[in-house]
Design a protein around this ligand. Structure first.
Ligand SMILES: Nc1ncnc2c1ncn2[C@@H]1O[C@H](COP(=O)(O)OP(=O)(O)OP(=O)(O)O)[C@@H](O)[C@H]1O
Length: 626
């Protein structure tokens, strides 16, 4: 944990005040009625202890004084009423707080995820510091506004109670009011220091917490279960998870211990002050200076002032801590865009000439090596361009730049001569259809798994089935227990349904791949079709079939195809070979074979591999070539 991580929890007072305002506004906008109810109940809750103390005094004085009569009974009934009201108000406050908490959680999560969706690129999601922030932001966005309101009201309640008791103290033993106030000064400092320490601890342990979460999710993940069992990794990951958990716990134990020591000392000091006051009050009562009722209200006033003051200090420290973590929420919600946003973005026109990469240099961050080093490539409209290269050559990175998930560090990608940075990014992506190597398998129905490829067609049965037919997965889907409405997961079902196949199914890897293809086909005639290893999980027959279909589907369309099976790319109009971050060869299949370079070597190697075993279609993985 570096120095920068430690420094980040200190906030200037101006920022704290700004966060306080934002958090209060968030709570207020989320539930005005709930917030008002809280304020009202807090005022009542603040007055009640003072009323109870005074009524007790009056009852005691009535009982022991000369004119005891029916008034005492009335006072006793009032005292009992205050007792009942205290319980009712406390319960009502709890309910109002929980209700407000729910509204704030809804509103805060809505804002946070809207901010995440505004990030158009991928870099932030891959930045560990951002992920740490996100983890804390999810907690603090929901908790901080409630805490701020709660602490604000808690302080208000404390002030009301304290004012009542301080008045009482001033009337009975004014020096006691001063002593209680002076004893509170170190408490304020200590509580604020502890709150800072706790916020620091949360930031310092955020990575450990994320790792613990990662291991615990891994141990419960259905997909990971296979390897974990085969390789006997259960104990290994469990130990790692427990280690991370105990590291986090150790850090929080250290803060708890310090808090315990500080609280103990402060409690001792408070007890000494209260004890001295009690002695004085008893002596004063013995000498006839105070009545029994006076002693009771004095003792209640000392205890009440101390506890109200302690609660004010605690609440202040808690608000301070909440603001330190709320900073992460604010940083994400009000953070700058991840990619450069053009002030007046152009709406991209249908592709007429082509896409061009001009001297594109790219690396994932300053700490990473260059992946692309001056790539120049033209993808003319209506042509199929294949990207070929060893594992890690940068093929997927290049297509991610075409979708503008990242911007090049140097050079530019042009869409009909316009830099992608000048185009409206959502509209650009609406013109691109893609199947990625690591496509998603959603825990949704078959229809939705295809429909997410184009939300306007989500409920259009005809379009969904056409896409499924094109990807040759329609027959598989209609054979499922509920056809297109079958859930392609079994993770959401109740225990009682676990043996019922109707509740959801698992697809094979190849079947999923076809669903992924159908998803891409749902985009009507995209201007650019990206196929990054679209057939890696298919059997030889299916692969051949899919490639035939893709060929037809691509016909006349602008497409970029990545495949390690060179047989699948030989029909492309143009083949570009990537190596060492550059295009080292390009041309048609025939011209590249004639040139006898890298492509020719790889193709011959694969072809030999197949002729050795008598195969015809497909080829071995280029990445396997040393
Ligand atoms: N998100 C990322 N952050 C940092 N480095 C990355 C990231 N994605 C890829 N890389 C690195 O960039 C390089 C190129 O990766 P890329 O996935 O583009 O290669 P590829 O040619 O598609 O490989 P493959 O054939 O194995 O799919 C690799 O060295 C990889 O480690």
């Amino acid at each position: 944990m570096g120095r920068s991580r430690r420094a980040s929890v200190r906030l200037p007072p101006r920022t704290i005040v700004r966060h306080l305002r934002s958090a209060s506004l968030l709570a207020w906008r989320a539930g005005r009625l709930g917030a008002l109810a809280q304020v009202l109940l807090t005022v009542v809750a603040g007055v009640l202890p003072v009323a109870a103390a005074w009524l007790t005094k009056l009852v005691l004085d009535g009982l022991t004084g000369p004119d005891s009569g029916t008034d005492v009974l009335v006072l006793a009934v009032l005292l009992a009423g205050v007792g009942v009201l205290t319980v009712v108000v406390s319960q009502a406050k709890q309910y109002a707080q929980a209700q407000l908490g729910r509204s704030v959680a809804l509103s805060a999560s809505g804002r946070l995820f809207a901010a995440l969706n505004r990030l158009v690129g991928l870099a932030r999601f891959e930045d560990p510091r951002f992920r740490d922030r996100l983890e804390l932001a999810q907690q603090s966005g929901r908790a901080a506004p409630i805490k701020v309101l709660g602490t604000g009201l808690g302080i208000g309640q404390g002030v009301i109670t304290m004012s009542g008791f301080v008045g009482t103290l001033l009337a009975t033993g004014p020096w006691m009011a001063v002593a209680v106030a002076v004893a509170a000064v170190p408490t304020v400092r200590a509580e604020l220091a502890i709150s800072r320490r706790r916020a620091q601890m949360m930031w310092d342990t955020s990575q450990t917490m994320r790792r613990e979460l990662f291991y615990s999710q891994l141990l419960t993940d259905a997909q990971a279960a296979k390897e974990i069992r085969l390789f006997g990794l259960g104990g290994f990951f469990r130990r790692r998870m427990l280690k991370e958990l105990s590291t986090t716990q150790e850090a929080s134990r250290r803060v708890d211990r310090r808090e315990l020591a500080v609280q103990g000392l402060l409690g001792l000091m408070g007890a000494v002050v209260a004890g001295a006051g009690l002695l004085w009050a008893i002596r004063a009562a013995q000498s006839g200076q105070l009545t029994v009722g006076d002693v009771s209200v004095f003792v209640a006033a000392v205890a009440g002032t101390q506890s109200a003051l302690a609660s004010i200090v605690r609440e202040t420290a808690s608000a301070h801590e909440a603001m330190l973590t709320f900073d992460h929420y604010q940083a994400i919600v009000t953070g700058p865009p991840d990619l450069q946003i053009h002030p007046r973005p152009i709406s991209p026109e249908p592709l007429r000439q082509g896409i061009e990469l001009r001297d594109v240099w790219f690396r994932y961050s300053d700490e990473h090596p260059w992946v692309l080093r001056g790539v120049n490539l033209t993808i003319p409209v209506g042509t199929a361009v294949a990207l070929v290269g060893l594992n890690g050559a940068g093929k997927s990175t290049l297509v991610k730049l075409l979708c503008r998930f990242y911007d090049p560090n140097r050079g530019a990608v042009h869409w009909d001569g316009v830099d992608l940075r000048e185009l409206e990014v959502e509209q650009l992506r609406a013109r691109i259809g893609a199947v990625f190597q690591d496509f998603m398998t959603y825990d949704l129905t078959a229809r939705e798994n295809i429909g997410v490829g184009n939300l306007t067609a989500l409920t259009d049965h005809h379009r969904i089935t056409s896409a499924a037919l094109a990807a040759r997965v329609h027959d598989t889907i209609v054979d499922l227990p509920h056809g297109y409405e079958t859930m392609l997961t079994r993770i959401f079902f109740q225990h009682a349904d676990r043996d019922d196949p109707d509740t959801g199914v698992f697809l094979s890897g190849g079947q999923w791949q076809r669903v992924g293809l159908a998803r891409a086909f749902l985009r009507d005639n995209p201007d650019l079709l990206i196929l990054d290893e679209p057939s890696a999980g298919l059997d030889a027959e299916a692969e051949h079939d899919i490639h035939q279909r893709l060929r037809r589907h691509r016909e006349g369309q602008t497409s970029v195809l990545i495949s390690h099976r060179l047989n699948a790319v030989r029909d492309a109009d143009h083949i570009a070979v990537l190596a060492d971050g550059q295009i080292v060869e390009q041309g048609s299949h025939d011209s590249l074979l004639t040139a006898g370079g890298r492509y020719a070597r790889l193709f011959t190697l694969q072809a030999h591999g197949y002729s050795d075993v008598g195969g015809v279609h497909g080829a071995a993985d280029v990445g396997a070539v040393p």
